[in-house]
Design a protein around this ligand. Structure first.
Ligand code: GDP
Ligand code: MG
Length: 166
């Protein structure tokens, strides 16, 4: 199995930390004339049963200009082309405006979305449960996986979940 995995989320939720943990091999050359989405390729995850190409998805923030509009459209194209989306959040008590804005955009794609609640090492199980339920109620997510990118907790479960969508 192989496919493209797009990673999205607010600044500081741990996207780079997770990608660095997952990606074992950097991509040197894809094509002499790359497609737009290929510019965002961060690396390949090689597993026993699968190979996943990880794409960074910057630009999912409120556009303040025409250039911002263009970046949002470009990000939406990336999401639409991916086989699965990893949407990273932190275990917060309330879904904030930054995440609400991203979720409005995520609603526009038909790509399966895996919600990744990162930094579970920073919260207790009651807090995590509150966070889990708020996101679950939106009905936007095919799966919800709590992880700690820095401690490496639940990373194998995350990979198995992604594989189901490739
Ligand atoms: P990005 O902006 O989404 O790429 O976030 P980064 O990967 O740069 O991480 C932002 C900060 O969160 C850094 O200080 C990380 O060390 C920290 N961080 C990332 N993952 C975890 C985690 O699982 N637990 C904790 N406690 N901190 C984390
Ligand atoms: Mg980053």
């Amino acid at each position: 199995k192989s496919g493209f995995v797009a990673v999205v989320g607010r600044p500081n939720v741990g996207k780079s930390t997770l990608m660095n943990r997952l990606v074992g091999e950097k991509v040197a050359i894809m094509s002499p004339k790359p497609q737009t989405t290929r510019h965002n390729i961060r690396g390949i995850i090689n597993n026993e049963n699968s190979q996943m190409i990880v794409i960074d998805t910057p630009g999912l923030h409120k556009p303040a200009s025409k250039l911002g509009d263009y970046m949002v459209q470009s990000a939406l194209n990336t999401l639409q082309d991916a086989d699965a989306i990893l949407y990273l959040v932190e275990p917060e008590k309330r879904i904030g405006p930054g995440d609400r804005y991203i979720m409005e955009l995520l609603e526009k794609t038909e790509t399966p979305i895996i919600l990744v609640i990162n930094k579970i090492d920073m919260s207790n199980s009651a807090e995590l449960e509150i966070c889990f339920q708020q996101y679950d109620e939106t009905g936007l997510f095919q799966s919800i996986i709590p992880i700690s990118a820095t401690l490496g907790e639940n990373i194998n479960q995350l990979i198995r979940t992604i594989e189901a969508y490739l």
